[in-house]
Design a protein around this ligand. Structure first.
Ligand code: HEC
Length: 113
């Protein structure tokens, strides 16, 4: 009887761990999707946002190539404070901290080596 109870507890614990892991894994996926949506809305008129495709604006670098020039984290401040430099015909964008996190996570996920 005691052995039975211990086994049951082990299974319940294992089940809880699996459920927690599923929740933890779903959260970053949501975050990436949110980042992608923000970029599509604000930037896709000029930049290629995804893993493939060309930018509509011929001088706008595809986002998947940004990491070749500087670390993606270095964009964090610019996105949060609205100081995007080097955009001749680009309006200024500003995102709140949560959105910046999602955008950075998404950009990291699509970088080419
Ligand atoms: C109206 C067109 C347009 C829109 C909209 C636009 N960009 Fe750009 N972006 C450009 C152009 C053009 C360049 C290249 C500028 C250059 O090289 O002088 C550029 C360059 C960049 C660079 C590289 C800057 C550098 O110094 O290497 C980043 C990062 C960037 N854009 C991010 C964004 C983000 C994030 C958004 C959306 C929030 C966005 N852009 C929206 C036109 C645009």
């Amino acid at each position: 009887m005691l052995l039975y109870n211990i086994r049951k507890r082990v299974w319940v614990t294992a089940g809880t761990i699996v459920v927690v892991m599923m929740i933890v894994q779903a959260a970053p996926a949501e975050n990436l999707k949110h980042g992608e949506e923000l970029l599509i809305r604000a930037c896709a008129s000029c930049h290629a946002v995804g893993r493939t495709g060309e930018s509509s604006h011929k001088f706008a670098p595809p986002f998947r190539t940004l990491g070749q020039r500087y670390p993606i984290e270095s964009l964090e401040e610019a996105l949060g404070e609205g100081i995007m430099s080097g955009h001749p015909d680009m309006p200024e964008f500003k995102f709140d901290a949560k959105d910046v996190g999602a955008i950075i996570a998404y950009l990291k996920s699509i970088q080419q080596r």
